[in-house]
Design a protein around this ligand. Sequence first.
Ligand SMILES: Cc1cc2nc3c(=O)[nH]c(=O)nc-3n(C[C@H](O)[C@H](O)[C@H](O)COP(=O)(O)OP(=O)(O)OC[C@H]3O[C@@H](n4cnc5c(N)ncnc54)[C@H](O)[C@@H]3O)c2cc1C
Length: 444
Amino acid sequence: MRKGLVAHTHDWGFIFAADSDEVSPMSAAEKQVLIVGGGLAGLACAIRLHEAGARPLIFEAGDGVGGRVRTDEVEGFLLDRGFQVFLDAYPEAGTLLDMKNLDLRAFKPGALIYQPSGMRRIMDVFREPRHLVESALAPVGSFADKLRVATLRWRLMRSSTATIAANEDISTESYLKRLGFSSRMINGFFRSFYGGIFLERELRTSSRMFEFTFKMFSQGSATLPARGMGEIPRQLALRLPPDTVRLGARVVEISPRSITLDSGETFPGHAVVVATDATAAADFTETTAPHWRSVACLYFAAPRSPLGEAIIALNGSGSGLVNNVCAPSDVAPGYAPSGQALISVSVLGSPDPADLEARVVAELESWFGRQVREWRHLRTYQIDRALPVQLPVDGLTGSGYREKSGILLCGDHHWSASIEGAIISGQRAADAILKSSSSPLQTP
Ligand SMILES: Cc1cc2nc3c(=O)[nH]c(=O)nc-3n(C[C@H](O)[C@H](O)[C@H](O)COP(=O)(O)OP(=O)(O)OC[C@H]3O[C@@H](n4cnc5c(N)ncnc54)[C@H](O)[C@@H]3O)c2cc1C
């Protein structure tokens, strides 16, 4: 059966209207909402619906929930599928998740910057005042740049997300230049720090996204759950009734009231939500797929951490393959078996896989010395569809979901390419269903 959207002409509000004349109590099928995709958006959507009395059913093509947020266990090491962090200041994610049970472990607020002349340290001196002098004197940008960082921090901490979402949206590079940051600071710090977040060093990403993440970093910490990033979706899935998620269930056709799996099975429902990534959603709606940011994440086992502290090291040299390095086991010891360290290295884009591990290790010898020769490669994840490109005017705009031909679409590409963005988008899609004037599930 061909993948696609079965054409439907009525608008979203009409979906529930067809049955609105029926006065019988709601049957289970009437309450059923079919959700395509068990990533964070699909899970957040399902929780909101379940808590409102609906019956969400998630169809997930993969063998586990989480989508782009999953953790594999390999030889006792916890390997997140691509290095990522949870910012504990995320407002919606922080409300939805049981933060205590995630047992979050924080990175230090700042970074080490690799320069050919040595490692430099630049810290958030408001939280790590003992590094004030070292950070101020570090030859990463000028002293005036560091004052600009402090001013920006002060301003964004006082701006609401709604204010940020209404700000002018330009490229992050233009934004930083407009604020007066020197090229040394932009090239030596922002390109690698935000390169690791936006997965691009040109800083073309929306300045609203920059402002939002800068605010989150200022208000809280970058963290890892003690048992890996995969704990985030795992915890969300546990809040749903046991038969809610169907794994290994690839949806190939959708209509406003049904979905069909590649096995040929069809499921009826009162509404359909597509909570897949942007390319899969574009396949269903027959629209143009977005461009993506890609990254390769290499993991190594080491006898000891080259950093010895919970901090991210960035490539501030302006050349080389590597963008950022850390030892997740310095942050959360459960990431490695006792007596060993786990090293995570991110290379932006889709690097040539030939000898990639050897080339990365050779490059890191200039960062950390001969100890890198003792590292043992564990696994490389090449993630081609890591983040949808978020150019100016794409950031934090719109309602967080979209309706097309009677079907709701949500996911990180509808709000912000982040854990927070996926959760907000899923929740807003659920709210749209619950608030639809003709919905049998209507909430005030
Ligand atoms: C390497 C990397 C680093 C990142 N770093 C950070 C970070 O540090 N902080 C941060 O906040 N965010 C980060 N992100 C972004 C964040 O992980 C994502 O924005 C978020 O997880 C997206 O969730 P989603 O539910 O929208 O989409 P997805 O996670 O893509 O979920 C979509 C789901 O739909 C399923 N699916 C697709 N097609 C079908 C089909 N036909 N039938 C059934 N199921 C289907 C997929 O299998 C998938 O499980 C990072 C992402 C990556 C990959």
